[in-house]
Design a protein around this ligand. Structure first.
Ligand code: PMV
Length: 331
């Protein structure tokens, strides 16, 4: 998906709303849109507490198709009431009247609830598809703003790094602020990485909430750990920009140890990380909310050995890559 300043997702019908007299043309048309997931390279959890994070846009995505209906029904193919609430909020945010019914179809290739930003990808894809259906052009900032509102329905108090990355792709430097910072990071070299799943789903709002309670009860212990993660993210940005993968890998592995100290890892995630390092990876860490879910492995340009080792231990893996030329997120 383009990350130019203004964007319009695929529309099956042409002609902007407003071409004809008001109400003479249908308000909505069939439209489809996608949004990629994300893997946090460094800084998850600490980002909620004001530290910076680096996130990678994934090719794996959620896709949404919006089809107008003749009635006033908004048909949503999910038993999760949060999805229906997100559809309503997206439609309301875009000024789509309640009289304009539509059906939503959800598809895609992104695993759900494993720390890869599926709810943010859903939020961004839904916002894009509804905007395209209504013939609206959204700036990236407005897209992110609306999608962030939707993501709060799923996660309560997210930092916003997921929706910021899903809206932009590439590599994103994110700080919750104020002031909120959301910057594309340029890559000196293409970055290949492995995402490996423990196969267990996780609940981000639960891990974020319980860490928040522990941090509030013992700030003298937790604040320095969170600040240390922020320092790792700052160093990692320099390594990333220089293409220094051995150093970046070491910083990722240190980040994993600090996440363990914060109590958001699991024995499976620790096992996965240890196997990846043992197979020769530059570094590895849990990614996203933890408490299950996925790990991110920096395995170099040829991840074959790491993939073999992790797959033979039963972990599902996929490889993704961010090209040097598009590492700036295309903005
Ligand atoms: O588990 P995910 O993919 O939703 O990632 C959550 C990242 C956190 O830093 C733990 C929470 C947040 O809102 O930034």
């Amino acid at each position: 998906m383009s990350s130019s300043d203004r964007e319009l997702a695929t529309c099956d019908a042409r002609g902007a709303a407003g071409d004809a007299a008001p109400h003479a043309a249908p308000l909505l048309r069939t439209a489809t849109a996608t949004a990629g997931g994300k893997a946090i390279l460094l800084g998850e959890h600490a980002v909620v507490h004001g530290q910076p994070a680096l996130a990678l846009g994934l090719a794996r995505h959620i896709s949404i198709r919006v089809q107008p209906r003749d009635d006033e029904v908004r048909a949503v193919p999910s038993e999760d009431p949060r999805v229906a609430a997100a559809v309503d909020l997206a439609a309301d945010s875009l000024g789509i009247p309640a009289s304009a019914g539509f059906a939503v179809e959800i598809g895609g290739t992104l695993p759900v609830a494993v720390g890869l930003g599926s709810s943010a990808a859903l939020s961004v894809a839904l916002t894009r598809a509804l905007a395209a259906s209504a013939g609206q052009l959204l700036s990236i900032e407005r897209l992110d703003e609306v999608a962030f509102g939707l993501e709060k329905i799923f996660h309560g108090t997210p930092s916003g790094v997921d929706s910021a990355t899903a809206a932009r792709g590439g590599v994103t430097w994110f700080e919750v602020g104020p002031p909120r910072r959301c910057e594309p990071v340029r890559l000196e070299r293409s970055l290949t990485f492995v995402v490996a799943s423990t196969g267990t789903r996780h609940d981000t709002s639960r891990t974020v909430g319980s860490l928040r309670e522990r941090a509030a009860a013992h700030p003298e212990v937790y604040s320095p750990v969170l600040a240390a993660i922020g320092s790792l993210a700052r160093s990692a940005r320099v390594s990333l920009e220089r293409g220094d993968w051995p150093k970046l890998g070491r910083l990722m592995s240190m980040n994993h140890e600090l996440l363990r100290a914060l109590g958001v890892s699991t024995t499976e995630l620790d096992d996965l990380v240890a196997r990846a390092i043992d197979a020769g990876a530059f570094g590895a860490k849990l990614t996203g909310g933890g408490g299950g879910g996925a790990a991110l492995v920096l395995a170099g340009d040829d991840p074959t050995r790491v993939l073999e080792r992790l797959r033979s231990a039963g972990y599902e893996c996929f490889v993704d890559r961010i090209e040097a030329t598009t590492g700036g997120g295309g903005t």
